[in-house]
Design a binder for this molecule. Structure first.
Ligand code: ATP
Ligand code: MG
Length: 561
């Protein structure tokens, strides 16, 4: 791989890649195997994308493979619908796990055998204590835990109870299987952690076969070992679980020795990424669903029109480190613009229309004017847009009494109409509140295409749509869901919702080529990137703003901020 390819495909030099590269160089690892391990209890979000891009990226760069493994150990919260949506989302992001689709539940038989193994070795026991009692015995960060009265029960008795737990003889919560490690350990995860609990729920894949289910800690490392995962990459909150991960691997007859490494989660300002909070947004009706374009879910980003390449690019640019930080969403917007700039065709659309009459243009005359589809891509060609006596322009492109730096329409001022002519504003009609409702202009016939033969310059160019041909449309403008960078930092996060996160404009005017738009993002010139929403109906398109054109990130960079 060349340096340029490495720059593009990965973040060479991050600590994960340094570890994997070192393991290969030293002969400790031959084939790199990673995994992305979602719990099927919700939709994937952009934080998960960081993990997906890392796991699939590392495997790809080192010639290895990445598994998709569902961590389906809690049937109470998990659903088949999530299993399907997660697979669709990972594919949409651009990754393929080949034949390596796995489920922790595929390994339930083996995990159970290993539970019996630990019991026989005196390294696990069945505890009859209740969940509350176990919690009370666990101790605190400063006080050691207390040993359960069941801790020294003979292995044969624990084995018998474990088998009866499995057979469904006991009520939920009546007993658990615990590892027998060290109740005085400074690491609370080593104070005889629970390995199996009774759950009387039907499992999406194993149905009623199992009455006991392994905990995350018991299932995860052992599933890694069974699948031959070499580098088990997870987020920092599992760092304290690593000694337990290693203890289980050391004390079980596992076929391989995976290692866990932790990296910092993605935290994105003005956003929440915990499933618990995302569920509250959906169930509380604060958004229109999991795929609301304001949601940080992959389903929401897809609906908004964010291309998967932008998400991959973003994940690479934020990099992988061990220190927690808060990422500015302006960086994500920048990646979206970067991905769309070269591919999105340009169109003219007026979002807040103001009527203009060109008084010296003959009634009924229509001219077709050529317009380039994409200045960055000559192959994208051009199209013709109709121009006539009445056009729509953007209300914000007119000021009756403008400051000096305003280079758009104002009484007596000349501007260029994109792809068309120079026009001069000669008059304005207002309603009783003083709002302009109609502009009168004259055009200069010598300026067709937007240049004056006498070399005369105008400072401003505005976009427009022919009134006789305009396609009325709804356009939805999105802003951050939360008005503060860290929602919920000092109150309930719902109190920080941004009341203006969605603005619906329902009398927009689009150029006629957008009457039946292709399902691809386009750039509305001077405004931003927009993608048709599935709510569109024949003759009434609905567009989502993917991202506005103004690149605040580039500005921040330029200022050296
Ligand atoms: P949540 O906190 O949203 O409930 P989770 O960690 O419980 O997320 P899982 O389905 O268990 O969700 O996550 C699958 C993988 O994605 C895990 O390896 C987890 O560490 C990783 N992951 C989850 N959230 C983030 C994030 N914000 N940044 C990076 N990785 C994440
Ligand atoms: Mg989790």
């Amino acid at each position: 791989m060349t340096v340029a390819e490495a720059e593009r495909d990965g973040a060479p030099g991050d600590f994960v890649r340094a570890i994997v590269g070192g393991d290969i160089a030293a002969g400790r690892t031959r084939d790199v195997v990673t995994r992305f391990p979602p719990e099927p209890n919700g939709y994937l979000h952009i934080g998960h994308a960081k993990s997906i891009v890392l796991n699939f990226g590392v495997a790809g760069e080192f010639g290895g493979r990445c598994h998709l493994r569902f961590d389906d150990t809690n049937p109470v919260k998990e659903e088949t619908a999530f299993i399907d949506s997660i697979q669709a989302d990972v594919r949409w992001l651009g990754y393929d796990w080949g034949e390596h689709l796995h489920f922790a539940s595929d390994h339930f038989d083996r995990l159970y055998e290993w539970a019996e193994h630990l019991v026989r070795e005196g390294k696990a026991y069945v505890d009859d204590s209740s969940a509350d009692e176990i919690r009370a015995m666990r101790g605190t960060l400063t006080e050691p835990g207390t040993e359960s009265p069941c801790r020294d029960r003979p292995a044969a008795e624990s084995l018998d109870l474990l088998r009866r737990m499995r057979a469904g003889e006991f009520e939920e919560g009546a007993r658990v299987l615990r590892a027998r490690i060290d109740m005085t350990s400074g690491n609370i995860n080593l104070r005889d952690p629970v390995l199996y609990r009774i759950l009387r729920a039907s499992h999406p894949r194993t149905g009623e076969t199992w009455r006991i289910y392994p905990t995350y800690d018991f299932a995860h490392g052992q599933s890694d070992a069974i699948e031959g995962v070499t580098h088990s990459l997870c987020t920092l909150e599992f760092a304290d679980h690593r000694p337990l991960y290693d203890w289980l691997i050391d004390n079980l007859p596992v076929p391989a020795r995976p290692r866990q490494y932790e990296f910092a989660r993605l935290n994105l300002a003005h956003t929440v990424l915990s499933k618990r909070r995302l569920i509250r947004l959906v169930e509380g009706g604060h958004v229109a669903g999991w795929d609301d374009p304001r949601m940080p879910t992959l389903a929401g980003l897809r609906r908004r029109g964010v291309p998967p390449a932008a998400i991959r690019d973003f994940a690479r640019r934020i990099g992988v480190a061990r220190a927690d930080n808060l990422v500015d969403p302006a960086l994500f917007d920048h990646c979206i613009r970067d991905a769309l700039n070269d591919t999105a065709e340009r169109r003219l659309a007026v979002l807040r229309p103001l009527k203009v009459v060109i008084e010296n243009w003959p009634e009924g005359r229509i001219e077709m004017l050529p317009a380039r589809n994409n200045p960055n891509d000559p192959d994208a060609g051009s199209r013709e847009i109709p121009f006539g006596r009445e056009i729509w322009v953007e209300r914000d492109d007119f000021m009756e009494d403008p400051p000096r730096k305003f280079h758009r329409l104002a009484p007596g001022r000349e501007v260029r109409l994109r792809y068309a002519y120079f026009v001069t504003c000669t008059g304005v009609e207002k309603d009783e509140t003083g709002e302009p409702v109609l502009l009168r202009c004259t055009y200069d016939p010598a300026t067709r295409g937007g240049d004056a033969p006498d070399g005369r310059k105008v400072r401003g160019t505005v976009h427009w749509v022919s009134a006789a041909h305009a396609v009325p449309a709804e356009v939805r403008l999105y802003d951050h869901l939360f008005s503060v960078p860290e929602p919920g930092a000092d109150d309930d996060f719902l109190d920080d919702l941004n009341p203006d996160s969605l603005v619906v404009l329902d009398d927009c005017m689009l150029e006629p080529s957008l009457a039946d738009p292709a399902d691809a993002p386009v750039q509305f010139e001077r405004q931003g990137y927009f993608r048709p929403d599935p709510d569109s109906r024949a003759g009434r398109p609905v567009f989502n703003r993917v991202v506005a054109l103004r690149d605040s990130w580039a500005k921040i960079q330029a200022k050296g901020g």
